[in-house]
Design a protein around this ligand. Structure first.
Ligand code: ZN
Length: 321
């Protein structure tokens, strides 16, 4: 049911992705604000319009958009709005929502080297890149109007504060309403699943790729310091006891990493070999996601000094310390 609750309305939109529906939110601020903008599909747009209609609204009534992050299921429908509509988000959204040929080339180069390092057999290279390209078909092509970074109060949303939470995406932010601790969290924390720490090419001006799971853990720990009440998430239901859930998630991830460490005791393996052991039934079908997840665990183990790493030829080999 679509309704206002404390000046927030939740909209649930279909996506063509395995994750299922995505949520977007309306905030009645000084301007009517849409937080996140669904996938670029006809189904999503139709569903969006009919949910707006239940609130006696139409797309033209939306006065600005704030993005929690740049994944296609959160930005795609921007292409269906007037190009005049103002869109705010973290500056790192820009390279994904307004993809230039030079970024696309950088992206391809990064993955060519990365695949070799992970020991992924060559037969998977082309299909893997195709999946990435296909996903971006559901994204948008437009620019940010203005940037939101740590501690900002978004335009026309007095009382709301931006907290940067990189990890699931480099561009990720959450919005916290300070008077009651209500948070719009995007994919930073979800009720049913842990979000994938998706790999991204090095940030502008850098040469090393970010370590998304390590960043993600730091973002979760950062959120523990805020008084947070009700959490509206990017997929699925709301969360009420977020601090307890975060503690559980961090502990579970550590346990999972320790399983990986045990696999590596007394032997050396590539990322791909570990990925096959961790995800025997899905690694082929969901290679990009399972590789991201595996690399995340290895980055984490490296960050706590539990594995050592060496290069052999183009591949990187891991072993337990
Ligand atoms: Zn996402």
């Amino acid at each position: 049911m679509t309704e206002w609750k404390d000046r927030i309305a939740k909209l649930t939109l279909p996506t063509p992705f395995p994750v299922g529906d995505v949520n977007a939110y309306l905030i009645k601020g000084d301007r009517l604000t849409l937080v996140d903008a669904g996938t670029k599909t006809k189904e999503s747009w139709e569903s969006f319009k009919s949910q707006l209609a239940l609130l006696n609204l139409k797309p033209e009534d939306i006065e600005q958009v704030v993005l929690t992050h740049d994944h296609p299921d959160h930005v795609g429908m921007l292409d269906f709005f007037s190009p005049e509509l103002e869109v705010y988000g973290h500056p790192l959204n820009e390279r994904w929502i307004n993809r230039t040929p030079s970024f696309e080339q950088e992206h391809r180069k990064f993955y060519e080297t990365f695949f070799l390092q992970t020991g992924i057999p060559e037969k998977y290279f082309v299909p893997s890149m195709k999946v990435m390209k296909k996903t971006l078909v559901f994204s948008c092509n437009r620019s940010l109007t203005g940037q939101l970074v740590e501690h900002d109060v978004p335009a026309a949303l007095p009382g709301w504060r931006v907290i940067e939470t990189p990890g699931h995406a480099q561009s990720h932010i959450v919005l916290l309403r300070e008077k009651d601790g209500t948070m719009i969290a995007g994919d930073t924390i979800l009720a049913g699943i842990s979000p994938n720490p998706l790999l991204e090419p090095p940030l502008p001006g850098e040469t090393e790729r970010p370590k998304p799971l390590v960043q993600y853990n730091a973002s979760l720990k950062k959120l523990q310091k805020f008084p947070i009440g009700l959490v509206y998430t990017g997929h699925g239901t709301e969360i009420t006891e977020v601090h307890t859930l975060i503690e559980k998630r961090i502990a579970r991830q550590h346990d999972r990493a320790m399983q990986v460490r045990n696999m590596l005791s007394g032997r050396e393996m590539t990322v791909f070999e570990i990925c096959q052991l961790l995800f025997p039934s899905v690694y082929e079908r969901e290679l990009n996601l399972t590789i991201s997840e595996t690399v995340g665990q290895l980055d984490y183990l490296q960050s706590i000094d539990a594995v050592s790493v060496r290069e052999e030829g183009t591949a990187v080999l891991y072993t337990a310390k």
